[in-house]
Design a protein around this ligand. Structure first.
Ligand code: GLU
Length: 435
């Protein structure tokens, strides 16, 4: 009979001030929160050690024939953080800021995110250091296919299922699916999610992350006794997540008073016409020159006097430097890791209600799960079914995290980590260690 996995207690120390010195290392930021939740959960020390390390990390060199005849070699990563609850799940990003520490953090966040919303998945992430805006379509396709081929030993519907992330989209996912399928000699739709509809993508997947943000923002407003109608919202990042969340919140009656992207932002206290902004970006690629309000910087947007701040761009934008100046009542983290660990305490002190990334942006991976289920069943759902089921999972997860936060008198972030870590830990205990 298997004996219970319970090792002698060791001290799990709370994050100390020194941890915060490197405010910009996302893996450290993840670890600080993990440590705090582990301490509160009195996490089994053996499990604690297991969960502090990624299961697998792969770094690959990706040679690509460029259009001018040169060969360029790019660097890419795929990290599987934990697969105890199911296949590793997580996006692929193409960005100049990609590095192994970031990919490790993002893979860990995927693990916690899937556990918070109770999907039968582990967590992974991939990335390639590149600037896709400087690549032709042909170069982007060759890069994607060679990267896929170089990490193919990790991939598979039962092992590791990528999805879109920063600067990747349906088209890139189609190339990933095709490359994997060519190697396997059969069409394997369930190897990747976020595909075009025609290739087995799910209705509602593209909007899912933004829709999830809208749902949890609505729940947070309810929690604070504030109506959605007339609520003012500032959105940082106007990609897939930010623009969809802005549009859906506007539809619910909120007033979007500021938006931004990497080129800068616009502020309009009367409310920005989100549909016009989306149309502008579709035609011009970014918000540069959009005349819907007064120009502001990304930093200024964060400290505006609004009810809801929705950071939906990159990591580490809310730091110990600007957190004291924030005026929002609610922060809904559409991006992964937008707040540094050092800023958490400041936001707490200011009484800002934070819906943490691993809950707030879990709508995307939730509909990825629906896509994977549909691919495996070969039976497709209507958009209405997808949205109803997404709504159920997001509201239930919000309620679960809120209840845990109340019970332990902690903030929503710590509660979300506690919920996720305890779910992953339970599975580890049941499975034991293979030796
Ligand atoms: N890239 C998205 C995220 O960070 C989606 C991941 C997925 O669907 O696997 O949550």
């Amino acid at each position: 009979m298997a004996t219970e996995l319970r090792l002698p207690t060791t001290n799990i120390v709370l994050p100390d001030k020194d941890r915060f010195l490197d405010e910009h290392n996302p893996f450290e930021a993840m670890m600080s929160r993990f440590d705090r939740a582990a301490e509160l959960l009195d996490l089994d020390p053996g499990i604690y050690k297991i969960l502090r390390n990624p299961e697998k990390q792969l770094t690959v060199s990706i040679p690509v024939h460029m259009d001018n005849g040169d060969v360029e070699v790019f660097t890419g990563y795929r990290v599987q953080y934990n697969t105890s609850r199911g296949p590793a799940k997580g996006g692929i990003r193409f960005d100049m800021q990609v590095n192994l520490e970031e990919v490790k953090a993002l893979a860990a966040w995927m693990t916690w995110k899937c556990a918070v919303v109770n999907l039968p998945f582990g967590g992974a992430k991939g990335g390639v250091i590149c600037d896709p805006s400087n690549l032709s379509v042909g170069e982007l396709e060759r890069l994607t296919r060679r990267y896929t081929s170089n990490i193919i030993s990790l991939l598979g519907p039962d092992t590791d299922v990528p999805a879109p992330d920063v600067n990747t989209n349906e088209r890139v996912m189609a190339w990933v699916m095709d490359t994997y399928s060519m190697h396997m000699r059969h069409t394997a739709s369930a190897v990747v999610t976020g595909k075009p509809l025609e290739l087995g993508g799910s209705a509602g997947r593209k909007e899912a992350t933004g829709r999830g943000c809208m749902i949890v923002t609505r729940e947070a407003l309810k929690e604070l006794g504030m109506p959605v109608r007339g609520t003012t919202v500032a959105v940082q990042g106007f990609g897939n997540v930010g623009s969809t969340a802005a549009m859906l919140l506007e539809r619910e009656g909120a007033r979007i008073t500021a938006i931004s992207d990497r080129t800068g932002g616009v502020h309009n206290p009367q409310g920005i016409d989100v549909t016009a902004a989306i149309e502008y970006v579709r035609r011009n690629r970014d918000l540069d020159g959009f005349a819907g309000g007064d120009p502001i910087t990304n930093d200024e947007l964060l400290t505006l006097s609004v009810d809801v701040l929705l950071p939906a761009a990159m990591e580490n934008v809310i730091t110990s430097r600007n957190a004291p100046k924030l005026q929002a009542k609610i922060i809904c983290e559409g991006a992964n890791g937008p707040t540094t660990a050092a800023a958490d305490a400041i936001l707490d002190e200011k009484g800002i209600f934070v819906v943490p990334d691993i809950l707030a942006n879990a709508g995307g991976v939730t509909v990825s799960y629906f896509e994977w289920v549909q691919n495996r069943g070969g039976y497709y759902w209507t958009e209405e079914t997808v949205n109803t089921r997404l709504e159920e999972i997001m509201t239930r997860s919000f309620t679960d995290v809120r209840a845990l936060a109340r019970q332990h008198k902690v903030n929503m972030r710590t509660a979300a980590y506690m919920l996720a870590i305890s779910r992953v830990s339970t599975v580890h205990k049941l499975r034991g260690i293979y030796a």
